[in-house]
Design a protein around this ligand. Structure first.
Ligand code: FES
Ligand code: FES
Length: 153
């Protein structure tokens, strides 16, 4: 099977029902996407599938075939993902860090859909991504920083 991940085709052998998260972490060694609940409830495993946030622990490979998958490893200068990563660093956003790649990928999907969300829209858009360390205020601040910087461009 072949999946397009971060604009590159990756070919591997796997059972068709294997969740996308297992492909990323175990077969392709892209370990930035995290495994936590494994049942689609926490958001730690969030990636983008055709630009929309998706929980990779709950998607079989077959649902991702022919689609563009974006993970936290994607590195593209001057991109929205780059701006989010920079804002996360600038605000010292993570505590333990475990949930943060999922948070960033969900924020990316949110800003792709709505480049100028209100505070309430950010809270609503991010509320399914759980942070056991309670970094929610810094996550929101980092998203708002990206919005402010984009307005100045
Ligand atoms: S690990 Fe996928 S939603 Fe929790
Ligand atoms: S930073 Fe620790 S779970 Fe979010």
């Amino acid at each position: 099977m072949t999946l397009n991940i971060n604009n590159q085709d990756h070919t591997f052998e796997a059972d068709a029902n294997m969740p996308l998260l297992w492909v990323l972490r175990d077969l392709l060694e892209m370990t930035g996407t995290k495994y936590a609940c494994g049942i689609g409830q926490c958001g730690a495993c969030t990636v983008l599938v055709d630009g929309k946030a998706a929980r990779s622990c709950s998607i079989p490979i077959t649902s991702a075939l022919g689609k563009k998958i974006t993970t936290i490893e994607h590195s593209e200068p001057n991109s929205l993902l780059r701006s989010l990563k920079d804002a996360w660093v600038e605000n010292d956003t993570p505590q333990c860090g475990y949930c943060q790649s999922g948070q960033i990928m969900n924020a990316l999907a949110l800003l792709k859909q709505n480049p100028n969300p209100t505070e309430e829209e950010i809270e609503l858009g991010m509320r399914g991504n759980i942070c056991r360390c309670g970094t929610y205020p810094r996550i929101k601040k980092s998203i708002q920083l990206v919005i402010q910087k984009n307005k100045k461009l």
